[in-house]
Design a protein around this ligand. Sequence first.
Ligand code: MTE
Ligand code: MO
Length: 225
Amino acid sequence: MANEDDREIDFIGQIKEKLIQSKQKTADAGKHITGNPDALRERRLPPGQHLVEKWPVLDLGIKPEVPKTAWELVIDGAVENPLVWDFQTFLDQPQVSQISDIHCVTTWSRYDNQWDGVSGAHIVALARPLPEARHVIFHSYDGYTTNIKLDVMSEPNMLFAHSWEGKPLTREHGAPVRAIVPSWYFWKSAKWIKRIEFSATDKPGFWEERGYHNEADPWAEQRYW
Ligand SMILES: Nc1nc2c(c(=O)[nH]1)N[C@H]1C(S)=C(S)[C@@H](COP(=O)(O)O)O[C@H]1N2
Ligand SMILES: [Mo]
């Protein structure tokens, strides 16, 4: 009898161990964790996100074909030094290479994307925002717009990318140049960018006007409002 009891306890013990292991796995994957932002950051995957290997495509159904020879980038608004660059002038700027994670509001995340392009900090330094400038609005060739705060432009890994994983961006991912704003959900990373507008007033963009959060911190789950 004592033997049978022991076996039963052992059995329950094993089940418990399995349960703990599976919960541990879930926790390690960063799912269902709330509360401790430091623990979340260490785990790298923001709350409510899951990892993908392939890079999904999301747009408004229009994928404008913008040849490098026709592409132009206007940098204007509340700046001392407005600029208009063609693609060669863009390439003539100091180039940076950065690796960052993508977090899309539709819950997929993709780690370690390598981008090449021109840093937001470089553009800020050249354009010299006026003292009243607080916001930056991205305008794209498909009519899409999105807004970020001026501070975010100068974050160390914010850039305007022409390449991903060492190859030119494909049309569907925003060729020839797109914004990459790693600290915010990916809808802030405007594809097919054509204008960077500095502004004293905030101008909510396409999704921000349709219920998306005005900021987009994935760690604070600033998804919709
Ligand atoms: N110009 C433009 N940029 C855009 C969008 C868009 O529709 N048009 N969609 C945004 C959204 S909602 C997401 S999730 C990402 C998707 O980028 P990807 O297709 O390269 O994954 O682009 C963002 N930038
Ligand atoms: Mo998105």
